[in-house]
Write a protein that binds this ligand. Structure first.
Ligand SMILES: NC(=O)c1ccc[n+]([C@@H]2O[C@H](COP(=O)([O-])OP(=O)(O)OC[C@H]3O[C@@H](n4cnc5c(N)ncnc54)[C@H](O)[C@@H]3O)[C@@H](O)[C@H]2O)c1
Length: 151
């Protein structure tokens, strides 16, 4: 542990999932105060328990549906109530849907845009006031699928 994130308040989304869970622990190990969330309450609770049991600092809001702007504001409120600032926003949560392009139904396309894109906008906008106060960092996960296609 090198304390690279000592005292930093880091909001991480999707902490019930695989990358989110690993990141929550890694950030906590580096000294961050982690503020997690997930739409899946039991998965998020498991991460919260694990991080705390190892001595990490973490609070979590779950269930939290980031496609709902009001839930995003509540998550930001939790961070500010708990620590008074936000230094890092890691937009990790997403729900990917896959379908052959030519036969993708409208409903799947709209779910993709809502659950992969709108949720990032909703939370970044909600957190912006606090991030901009001290020049915070925004990390948003994408995919190599944005660079290369798959037959
Ligand atoms: N694992 C990979 O190979 C891979 C590849 C490319 C991109 N990614 C991206 O990395 C990120 C994390 O991937 P992962 O493999 O850990 O996925 P995962 O499915 O294990 O975790 C994603 C988490 O986000 C949560 N989530 C989904 N929609 C939500 C919402 N509306 N509100 C709140 N939480 C929500 C899920 O419940 C889940 O716990 C995603 O953005 C994913 O698209 C992953």
């Amino acid at each position: 542990m090198s304390g690279r994130l000592a005292g930093k308040v880091c909001v991480i989304t999707g902490t019930g999932g695989s990358i989110g869970q690993a990141t929550a622990w890694l950030f906590a190990k580096e000294g961050a105060h982690v503020v997690g969330c997930d739409i899946d309450p039991s998965a998020a609770e498991a991460t919260l328990a694990e991080v705390r049991s190892k001595g990490g600092s973490m609070v979590s809001m779950h269930p939290c549906d980031l496609t709902n702007p009001e839930s995003c504001r509540e998550l930001v409120d939790l961070a500010i109530r708990s620590h008074g600032r936000i230094d890092v926003l890691y937009n990790n949560a997403a729900m990917a849907y896959f379908a052959p392009f030519s036969s993708m139904p409208d409903s799947v396309w709209h779910s993709t845009i809502n659950e992969e894109l709108h949720l990032v906008f909703n939370l970044t906008r909600a957190a912006w006031e606090y991030l901009s106060r001290q020049g915070g960092s925004v990390i948003s996960t994408a995919s190599t699928a944005g660079w290369i296609g798959h037959a």
